[in-house]
Design a protein around this ligand. Structure first.
Ligand code: KDG
Ligand code: MG
Length: 402
């Protein structure tokens, strides 16, 4: 089999997505997700200008060699744009291989390690009462695990909370909108929030929280410690992780489980976190992590250090990435949980999927490949719209982590 073409398609059915379609001389094609929120066109250009010509004529079954060719061959290694482009190609190649062999992708990655995959979703509210109410509503929908984010008293607009029904961080505008932040106000409020939520929902539900890289290591340690009695499933992105050894301080002080990695794109972003047992969940997602090929290796390394997966699965990655994460999760032993925010109807109309979601769990059927179809005609009716993730400032105007 030979690769005959690569198409890069950008559409905005509710939000922007970049989709790669790799075609072959046998008529089998594969799909990959190349969406990088707020930087979509950079990945599309990388694919079109630099990768397409390297792939024509190659055997799509050579996933390991092609991955290394694109990664090592560029000389310029890592980075979100490069790794998302390589990731999309790799996902599409695995889609082709499993479709050609007429098996679901997970069969090529180790087979079934479980029957269903637990997912968590988001609950949010402008204040404590509204957030508790939303957690209860989400629990009633059947979710077994819920990420809880809330407005903070005294702050106008914070991460994880919107006035819409579901949280969508990117805003269609010519420049980023601004959120605001006070670590002191946040740290004062969050333990009270989890005390109220745990009291309301009882012990039999997993609660998660995302600090979104805003705390220093010692502040994160304090939060982890103060949340211990509410038994979180995880505290996510407790501190920014450019320096992995910052997690040592948090780890030394708290038994609250730690998750990190949605902005990582290489094993070198989490190697020290793993070998020093500094985290419990690795949140890298397949599309941004360079594809199935490196993610299998990362999951294997994690498995030797009692670390489970918890793939990033926001609505700003397409259902193609979601399917890739689910096949990956189905096959590995150290699957933890999958993030799932659901998709608006326009998105579901463009991307039809064979994975099913009910009562807090995903299931996969026997459809070959990833089991995702992309309606190119419909996608063209939703042209790209420029959108940005917000930025974040302290109350005195200092630019802060988002
Ligand atoms: O594009 C960025 C969002 O996907 C991210 O901010 C969402 O933190 C997030 C999460 O945990 O889903
Ligand atoms: Mg997050």
């Amino acid at each position: 089999m030979k690769i005959t073409g690569l198409k890069v398609m950008v559409c905005s059915p509710g939000r922007n997505f970049v989709t790669v379609k790799i075609e072959t001389d046998k008529g089998v094609f594969g799909l990959g997700d190349a969406t990088l929120n707020g930087r979509e066109k950079a990945v599309a250009a990388y694919l079109e200008s630099h990768l397409t010509s390297c792939l024509i004529g190659r055997d799509p079954f050579d996933t390991e060699d092609i991955w290394n060719y694109l990664y090592k061959g560029a000389y310029w290694r890592r980075g979100p744009v490069t790794m998302t482009a390589i990731g999309a190609v790799d996902i599409a190649l695995w889609d082709i291989k499993s479709k050609a062999l007429e098996v679901p992708l997970y069969q090529l990655l180790g087979g079934k390690s479980r029957n269903r995959l637990m997912a968590y979703t988001h609950a949010q509210g402008q204040d404590l009462a509204e957030t508790v109410e939303d957690v209860v509503a989400v629990k009633e929908q059947g979710f077994r695990a819920i990420r809880v984010q809330s407005g903070i008293p005294g702050l106008k607009k914070v991460y994880g909370v919107s006035d819409k029904e579901s949280y969508e961080p990117a805003v269609k505008s010519s420049r980023p909108v601004e959120e605001n932040w006070s670590t002191a106000k946040y740290l004062e409020f969050i333990p009270k929030l989890f005390s109220a939520v745990r009291k309301e929902v009882g012990a039999d539900i997993h609660l998660l929280h995302d600090a979104h890289h805003r705390l220093s290591p010692i502040e994160a340690a304090r939060l982890g410690k103060e949340l211990e009695s509410y038994h979180l499933y995880w505290l996510e992105d407790a501190t920014a992780a450019e320096l992995q050894d910052r997690f040592r301080i948090i780890r030394q002080h708290t038994t609250t489980p730690l998750a990190v990695g949605e902005v990582f794109n290489s094993v070198y972003d989490c190697h020290q976190l793993m070998i020093e047992h500094l985290i419990d969940y690795i949140r890298m997602t397949v599309a941004h992590g360079g594809g199935i090929t490196p993610m299998m290796k990362i999951a294997n390394l994690a498995s030797f250090h009692n670390i489970k997966t918890g793939c990033h699965g926001p609505s700003d990655l397409s259902p193609i990435n979601m399917a890739a994460c689910l096949h990956f999760g189905m096959a590995i032993n150290n699957y933890g949980i999958q993030e799932y925010m659901g998709y608006p109807q326009e998105t579901a109309d463009v991307f039809s999927t064979s994975y099913k979601f009910a009562d807090g769990y995903f299931t996969l059927d026997e459809s070959p490949g990833l089991g995702v179809n992309y309606d190119e005609k419909k996608a063209k009716t939703f042209p790209y719209e420029k959108a940005y993730l917000p930025i974040n400032r302290l109350e005195d105007g200092t630019l802060w982590d988002w």
